[in-house]
Ligand binder design. Structure first.
Ligand SMILES: [Zn+2]
Ligand SMILES: [Zn+2]
Length: 335
């Protein structure tokens, strides 16, 4: 196995020499393969970008039509070549359009998982297990203490709180790509049929999800209504909006936040969150270990996150683990 000879860490991120391309490059490069639309992975300004068709749409929506000189959308499962290398995308289960990149070169198969999760998400295709020689994984929640509860139980807490406090406006902090739409769909699955109100920053990506067939039910931008009617209603907003003047204009606001980090009580308290909802778009500890088992990799490279405990656990299983220490891929808000 010689993947470390042709797949390397450079200042922009991961670089594949025989194909002369980067993966999720942090600064403009000639050829970039992008795993998904979150801002820490998808950036504007590259010459040539390979992505899934939905991620291409997300990048154009966020950064404009001219965000890359050439955009090459490739559907899941369709093989393509760059230089001397064969690649294809498989679903990562992280957000709509998110992909793992499967790379074959010189008799070795490497899977770059990007960000991923294993549990069900009604807004995107589920993670596809692809056996490989080298599995490259994140470790955002790579500590045994991180075990995410079921999403159903967290959404049930929100529905119950609305019943207990029918006078209070429940403002839920959600990342605009993925978490927002997932919370809406999970509410719908629990029979919540009322309109869900949206902060202006969330409207465009909800429209994009609808264009790709995710039926979010009725959503109303709050810019168009009298805020007095928001008592007993759910308003979704970016997590940062909970802390500013915008939130204080809501009637008797009850601040909630949907994030994997809400498992850490101190973080919820520090952000004055009254109702923390532990809903994550990343693999938790058990999912990380399960995934390494499933893909049957002999070697695991860890891109970012909490790698020490994971490295140790993998070495005990006889799997070679290597920490890449890539910087810049962790934004607290998009977990
Ligand atoms: Zn992400
Ligand atoms: Zn990320």
């Amino acid at each position: 196995m010689n993947a470390n000879k042709w797949l390397k860490v450079v200042p922009e991120g991961l670089y594949c020499a025989p194909g002369d391309f980067h993966i999720d490059a942090m600064s403009p490069v000639a050829t970039n393969v992008v795993t998904h639309g979150h801002a820490d992975h998808a950036r504007a300004g590259h010459d040539r970008v390979f992505v899934t068709p939905i991620t291409a749409d997300i990048m154009r929506t966020r950064y404009g039509e001219d965000c890359a000189r050439e955009m090459h959308p490739v559907p899941y499962g369709e093989k393509f070549g760059i230089g001397d290398v064969t690649l294809w995308f498989e679903p990562a289960g992280h957000v709509l359009g998110s992909a793992q990149v499967v790379i074959e070169h010189d008799g070795t198969r490497v899977v770059v998982s990007g960000d991923y999760k294993r549990r069900r998400d009604p807004t995107c295709a589920p993670f596809k297990v692809t056996e490989c020689d080298v599995f490259i994984t994140e470790a955002t929640f790579g500590l045994p203490v991180f075990r995410h509860p079921t999403t159903e139980s967290e959404i049930a807490k929100l529905v119950k709180s609305l019943r207990l406090f029918p006078e209070r406006c429940h403002a839920v902090g959600v990342y605009s790509l993925g978490k927002c739409q997932r919370v809406i769909m999970e509410l719908r699955e629990q029979g919540y049929v009322k309109p869900v109100y949206l902060h202006g920053a969330l409207v465009r990506l909800c429209e994009l999800y609808r264009r790709h067939g995710v039926d979010l039910g009725e959503t109303i931008p709050i810019s168009s209504i009298d805020k007095k009617i928001l008592r007993g209603e759910i308003v979704l907003c970016p997590p940062s909006a909970l802390a500013d003047r915008w939130a204080r204009s809501l009637p008797d606001v009850l601040p909630c936040n949907a994030s994997g980090w809400m498992q850490i009580r101190g973080r919820a308290k520090q952000k004055l969150i009254e109702l923390p909802l532990v809903i994550s778009d990343h693999a938790d500890w058990d999912e990380l270990l399960q995934t390494v088992d499933d893909v049957k990799a002999r070697e695991v490279w860890i891109t970012h996150g909490r790698e020490d405990a994971l490295t140790h656990a993998l070495e005990q299983k006889g799997i070679k683990a290597r920490s890449l220490r890539l910087v810049g891929y962790e934004e607290e808000d998009n977990d």
